[in-house]
Design a protein around this ligand. Structure first.
Ligand code: NI
Length: 159
């Protein structure tokens, strides 16, 4: 595994749509492993999408520190959304900022895992929030694009 550079908000690639992954090659496996390592490293994120390391492919990794541990999503589809929650979010690509975003409280998602097996799962609360945030990255959307007006603030300035 290797650390990759994280693309930050000035880079227009973050507003591009990612393409589906047709085949899970060793290169894709390495990509996901590198993304996870980059997320866990001192950045301490809970999710990272391929575009955030400069690769326009529909994949992300999340780990919110619950019993699921690391979950790899390849070509994910959110197939249902239920309820609403107001979430406080940050992003590895928008360092030093936080903001509040309305997200569904519960979702159902279908994807392929890193071994090429299809899976589906229900998620709620923080996990649903995190998956929705990463899913947005695949369509070129940042949390700052969706934030409730006036809620985006400089985290560093508060401390
Ligand atoms: Ni993000």
């Amino acid at each position: 595994m290797a650390l990759r550079n994280i693309v930050t908000e000035e880079d227009p690639i973050l507003h591009k749509k990612s393409r589906p992954i047709e085949e899970i090659t060793p290169r894709i496996v390495k990509l996901l492993n590198d993304m996870a390592e980059t997320m866990y490293y001192d950045n301490r994120g809970i999710g990272i999408a391929a575009v955030q390391v400069g690769v326009l492919r529909r994949a992300f990794v999340v780990d919110i520190g619950d019993e699921h541990g690391r979950i790899n999503f390849i070509n994910p589809e959110i197939t249902s959304r239920e309820g609403e929650q107001r979430c406080s979010e940050g992003c590895l690509s928008v360092p030093g900022k936080s903001g509040e975003v309305m997200r569904p409280e519960k979702i159902h998602v279908k994807a392929t895992d890193i071994d090429g097996n299809p899976f589906e799962m229900d998620a709620e609360g923080l996990l649903a929030d995190c998956i929705c945030h990463e899913y947005d990255h695949l369509d070129g959307i940042l949390f700052t694009d969706r934030a409730i007006p006036g809620t985006v603030e400089d985290v560093n300035a508060q401390k």
